[in-house]
Design a protein around this ligand. Sequence first.
Ligand code: FMN
Length: 214
Amino acid sequence: MTLAHLTAPDIAAMASQPRALLINSLPGYKSAMLVGTSDAEGQTNLAIVSSHFHLGSSPPLLAMILRPSTGNSERHTLRNLLETRCWTLNGFSLDHAAPAHQTSAAYPKDQSEFDACGFEAEWLAEFNAPFIKGSPLQVGCLLREHHPLEINGTHMIIGEVQHLHYPETAQRSDGGLSLSDMGLVAVAGLDTYTQPEGGVRFAAADTASSPRQL
Ligand SMILES: Cc1cc2nc3c(=O)[nH]c(=O)nc-3n(C[C@H](O)[C@H](O)[C@H](O)COP(=O)(O)O)c2cc1C
């Protein structure tokens, strides 16, 4: 196998589109979730985001990185969640990959991706962000911290989980969720959706014993 070797100047010299696709591939398989928001007037928005990460469990914190608005494109998710201080995360399965991907198109603010891409909004009382009806994993988050990142102008958004919906049958006796039972997709780069199998599970590792498969 011949290995490619790129240095920082090689990467800097690439055209922006192939560089974006290359660098987006580097974090490996990521969670793909649809982020539902609304503005203060109730205009809904839905966008696919793959930069989610777990920040802590007590309190339950999830974070994501959102790109900033630029001169010719306004980021509605960012604007809405700073306005209402809440958003939803909605998992989806492979049969919804096409409409989920379509939410990444730059629709104008007055056109909701719920309608444009064929998703139905579902609301909870007292929570100002829409869930996707029928999504196998629905998470409602409240804004706890917002950090504009100096290095490239992106925004780190930290939310505390307020609402959680998932099929009871997907929860294992240890508390964890079987994402494969729920049929959730992962995404590679910006264009490849995949539905992982159950994989192999291990008990918590310690230095005194060998890995124990569950
Ligand atoms: C697979 C995939 C993953 C993406 N992940 C992110 C992300 O983590 N952060 C982000 O700001 N945009 C991400 N995007 C781009 C947004 O989906 C896109 O900019 C969208 O138009 C934003 O919509 P909005 O303006 O309604 O918020 C991703 C796009 C794709 C296709």
